[in-house]
Design a protein around this ligand. Structure first.
Ligand SMILES: CC(C)(COP(=O)(O)OP(=O)(O)OC[C@H]1O[C@@H](n2cnc3c(N)ncnc32)[C@H](O)[C@@H]1OP(=O)(O)O)[C@@H](O)C(=O)NCCC(=O)NCCS
Length: 151
């Protein structure tokens, strides 16, 4: 069960230093975080312990910055963030969502309802995202998989 005092809310500009350090602690990219229209934060007792972002690319959502503090991993905080993120995606009337993830996260994302798809099935405008075009993602392409969810 998630912690009883877990709260999910929208991040504010004052949260960004902590959110960036959380991403870095999980080896994740902080690129352009300030420009992401929706960044959710998970807090316990006011402390930020997790986050999840949604970018929009035309009619599509793009998942990014899904991270939980290592000290709190495996305590359903990711699931709580995911449920709220899905609500926002539905409210925004996005037609589908995409994302890129390391292969070892695939069982979790399948559990959360996403599918793995070939990159060729990702719409061209989504494939312009740096998580497809960036050097690291191109060099390590077999390590990363494209995710899809029809909304
Ligand atoms: C990915 C991450 C955010 C998940 O956060 P978390 O709080 O540890 O995740 P949860 O405990 O809420 O688990 C999420 C759900 O996936 C399920 N799950 C976890 N690992 C699983 C696995 N290997 N196979 C199947 N399901 C799995 C959990 O049971 C839970 O579902 P439930 O609530 O229906 O039981 C966290 O592990 C993290 O920060 N990882 C490093 C950063 C990263 O790789 N992020 C993803 C980038 S795209």
């Amino acid at each position: 069960m998630a912690d009883a005092d877990l709260a999910i809310g929208r991040a504010t500009p004052e949260d960004f230093p902590r959110l960036k350090s959380l991403l870095k602690s999980r080896g994740m990219d902080v690129r352009g975080l300030e420009q992401v229209p929706w960044v959710l934060k998970a807090t316990i007792g006011g402390e930020i312990v997790g986050m999840a972002g949604i970018e929009t690319i035309g009619p599509y959502g793009f998942l990014r910055s899904f991270a939980v503090d290592k000290r709190y991993a495996g305590r359903k905080i990711g699931s709580a963030l995911w449920r709220r993120r899905l609500e926002l995606i539905r409210e925004d009337k996005l037609s589908a969502i995409y994302g890129v993830t390391a292969f070892y996260n695939i069982p979790m994302f399948i559990h959360l309802g996403l599918q793995v798809i070939p990159r060729s099935e990702v719409p061209p405008e989504v494939r312009t995202h740096w998580q497809f075009t960036g050097l690291k993602y191109r060099l390590l392409a077999p390590f990363y998989r494209a995710l899809y969810l029809k909304v």
